[in-house]
Structure formats: structure tokens, C-alpha cells
Design a protein around this ligand. Structure first.
Ligand SMILES: [Ca+2]
Ligand SMILES: [Ca+2]
Ligand SMILES: [Ca+2]
Ligand SMILES: [Ca+2]
Length: 422
């Protein structure tokens, strides 16, 4: 896992401010030591186990193990943390402490440790650089595990909703690479590069919402890195679809029929109409009314605005009208409406007695008047209908007269047999 490169003579520029400072220090040290013998570089991944070998420095610098001992060889970090230590017996550099590239360098690349190997008797100084390479040890993560939106069902196509960015502390391909959003039937993901190198994450409405079909959506936003193996983090997105008044109320039937006995008392329930509305809340709150402009109807019938029950409030007489047509309407709180008709047929009751009127009569008749001589003409009238209005006309048996039916409710009283005189 490690590799080393060895440079003879004076050190090569490494290229960070920290290195520059160290080089100034080294230069001052070199003045005392007269010279710096060389430089060696290694490259190891972060997070190697404590005690892992970084490199065989004795071999790479051409030093034998006795010299390391006699020269009391040691690592000099200039007061910094000693991540890498020297094993004099084996002549190797070993990992002394956990090396976390993210903590050490953040987003800076390359990431390297710089220190010296110092020997005495005679004094010698070697520069050592250990480059720390990234491993994919961070998952892309979101600060929040979920985000909730309340979106009107009337939101237009193309409406944008900002989502949260994920964070992955690794660098390069091990860092954040892409996002996905599922399901994608209503919203699609839109990524927009920003000057700081991150991406603006948004979801865009691509198919209209319909609260009446689906009032709640659940989506999953996934962020992925490009490491091997790939790591990902997720965030739940919940969308509550808010209602708008996009449905008119509808009557269950366009025509209602009811039968009602004439003379029914006020307060009698005629029928109950009903309508439905797919919206919710005030958008689906219904109110019923009689929309007819005929005053006579509004004086006879009332409708309960909440229940749709039609109540008789006036007096109805079959002989005046045997049927009523009531126009009704239902309105939601948003003003959308529907109409229907209620036909009320009255049922006749026998509430009229036949009326007998004498149209004309003879004041007197002679005793020898022949049979069938007309004595009086009667008109009998009953305003009830059908059987209730059918009249049967009769007269006592013990008198010498009989009733004869003519037409249209007219009757005649005629002689039946000759009158006798004493
Ligand atoms: Ca890492
Ligand atoms: Ca990562
Ligand atoms: Ca409605
Ligand atoms: Ca609606």
C-alpha cells in the first residue's frame, strides 16, 4: 500500500505554506548542521491501523540499522502531532496514531505529513513527506432526515421546490457525485451548479397534482458518492396536497318525484334531495335552496339548506293544483353550483260533499200528469276527482217520483206512476 521516492541532495519544493515555513526552519537547522542529506516520500491511505508500516526508511535512505541506533535516530515534527514513528530495530516508519484525512486536510489536496528524521554523531537530517490519500469512509448525509411540503393542487407545471444538499467529507470520486428522486411521476430533480462547486438541489413539478386523486405524496431523495463501494444517504420528502375548489357539487339525480296527500299538515316532509362535492372543507360544504321565482312555490315549500329536506309550509288543495314543479339548487362555499327539479304530485282525498242545486222546478202538477213528466231539474256537483267525485243520486221509494240521470251532472225528477185522488 505504500510507495516511496527518494531524492538526493537538497529538498524539492513541496508546495504548501506549511512546507515553506518548515523549509525555512530546515534551512536554519541546515546552517547549524552544515547540510541536509536527502528527502524521502511515501504515500499511504488514511485510517491505516496503528502499527502499520509506512515504509522502510533505513533502506530508502541507505542507512544501516546500527547507524540508526548509534545516531539515536528520531522523528522530529517541530512540535506537531507525531502521527508516524520510527522503529529503530526494524528501520521502518510505523503509523503511531489514527490518521483521518478529513480532519487533517479537509478539502485541501494533496494532503501530506512533513517531518524530519534526525541522527547525531555526526548530525544528519532527512526530510520525510508522507502523502495521505483519501478512502471512501464517509457517507453522503443530509442534515434533516425528512422535509415536508404543503403544495396546492393548483400549482403550475414548472413550480420549483428547494431541497437540501447532502454533505460528503471525502474528496474526488469519494465525495458527493449525484442525486436521485423517486418516484418521479409528479416531480423531477433539477441540479444547478453553483460557484462554490456545490449543486443547488430542487424538485420541479412536471405533472399536475390532484388532491381528489391523491392528497399525500412520499418521495425519497438519495445522494450518492462515486467511491468503491458506492455509499449513499437518503432523505424523505412528504408532500401534502392542498385542496382548491375545482369540483362543482352534483345532485344525485336530475329529477326527484314525490307524492303528497292534499291537506297534509304544515311541516310534512315532502322528500330529501342530496348532492355531493369531491372537494373538502369549505370547498365541499353544500347549501340547498329553492331557486324558483314563482312566489306560490316558495310560500308552499321550504328546503333545509343543510340537509336538503323539502318541507311543506303552506296549504295544498288538489282541487286548485294537482302537481308542483320545484327548481332546486345546491351551492358550495366557493360558489360552484348544480340544479335539479322536484315534481310533487298531490293525492286527492274525499274532502268535498256533493252539492245539490235545484236548477228549475214545477210549483204544481196535475194529478193526471203522465209518467216521466219532469217535475224538477237538479245539478249535483262534487269537486273531488275520480271516485271521490262520482255521485250516486237517489230518492225515497215510497213516493211516486224517480230520479233520471242526464249528462254532465244534471238530473231530472220525473213522475213514476199516476197520482191517485180520493
Ligand atoms: Ca475519506
Ligand atoms: Ca464518500
Ligand atoms: Ca367544490
Ligand atoms: Ca379540489
Amino acid at each position: 500500500m505504500t510507495n516511496a521516492s527518494f531524492f538526493s541532495g537538497e529538498g524539492t519544493e513541496i508546495g504548501s505554506c506549511r512546507t515553506m515555513r518548515r523549509q525555512v526552519l530546515l534551512f536554519l537547522s541546515a546552517l547549524c548542521l552544515k547540510y541536509v542529506l536527502g528527502q524521502v516520500s511515501y504515500s499511504i491511505p488514511e485510517e491505516m491501523a496503528k502499527g502499520s508500516v509506512v515504509g522502510n526508511i533505513a533502506h530508502d535512505l541507505g542507512l544501516d540499522l546500527k547507524r540508526l541506533k548509534s545516531g539515536n535516530a528520531r522523528v522530529y515534527t517541530g512540535g506537531g502531532v507525531e502521527y508516524i514513528g520510527l522503529n529503530k530495530e526494524r528501520g521502518v516508519l510505523l503509523v503511531e496514531q489514527r490518521i483521518d484525512r478529513e480532519a487533517l486536510c479537509g478539502e485541501t489536496t494533496p494532503c501530506a505529513l512533513h517531518f524530519q528524521l534526525i541522527l547525531e554523531n555526526p548530525m544528519e537530517l532527512f526530510r520525510v513527506t508522507v502523502e495521505i490519500t483519501d478512502i471512501n469512509d464517509n457517507t453522503p448525509t443530509f442534515t434533516n432526515s425528512e422535509k415536508r411540503f404543503e403544495i396546492s393542487e393548483s400549482a403550475v407545471i414548472g413550480s420549483k421546490f428547494v431541497l437540501e444538499k447532502a454533505v460528503d467529507s471525502d474528496i474526488g470520486m469519494n465525495g458527493l457525485q449525484q442525486y436521485s428522486l423517486a418516484p418521479s411521476d409528479h416531480f423531477v430533480l433539477k441540479l444547478e451548479s453553483q460557484p462554490d462547486g456545490t449543486k443547488k438541489v430542487e424538485m420541479v413539478l412536471q405533472k399536475p397534482l390532484d388532491r381528489e386523486k391523491k392528497d399525500y405524496l412520499s418521495l425519497l431523495l438519495t445522494a450518492m458518492d462515486g467511491g468503491e463501494p458506492q455509499m449513499s444517504g437518503t432523505m424523505q420528502i412528504f408532500v401534502t396536497v392542498l385542496d382548491v375548489n375545482d369540483n362543482a357539487p352534483t345532485f344525485a339525480k336530475p329529477l326527484y318525484r314525490a307524492k303528497l296527500q292534499e291537506n297534509s299538515p304544515k311541516g310534512t316532509s315532502v322528500t330529501t334531495v342530496s348532492a355531493s362535492d369531491k372537494d373538502i372543507g369549505s370547498n365541499g360544504k353544500l347549501s340547498y335552496l329553492i331557486s324558483t321565482s314563482k312566489r306560490v312555490l316558495s310560500e308552499l315549500f321550504n328546503i333545509n339548506p343543510k340537509t336538503g329536506e323539502i318541507i311543506l309550509v303552506g296549504e295544498i288543495d288538489y282541487e286548485k293544483a294537482n302537481s308542483y314543479q320545484i327548481d332546486i339548487e345546491v351551492v358550495d362555499s366557493g360558489g360552484l353550483s348544480d340544479s335539479a327539479k322536484v315534481i310533487v304530485d298531490l293525492i286527492d282525498v274525499n274532502d268535498n260533499s256533493p252539492q245539490i242545486n235545484i236548477v228549475s222546478k214545477s210549483e204544481s202538477i196535475s194529478e193526471n200528469s203522465p209518467t216521466n213528466t219532469v217535475i224538477a231539474m237538479l245539478s249535483i256537483n262534487d269537486p273531488d276527482s275520480e271516485n271521490n267525485g262520482n255521485v250516486v243520486c237517489d230518492i225515497n221509494d215510497s213516493i211516486p217520483f224517480k230520479i233520471q240521470t242526464t249528462v254532465n251532472g244534471f238530473y231530472t225528477l220525473v213522475m213514476e206512476f199516476l197520482l191517485r185522488t180520493n
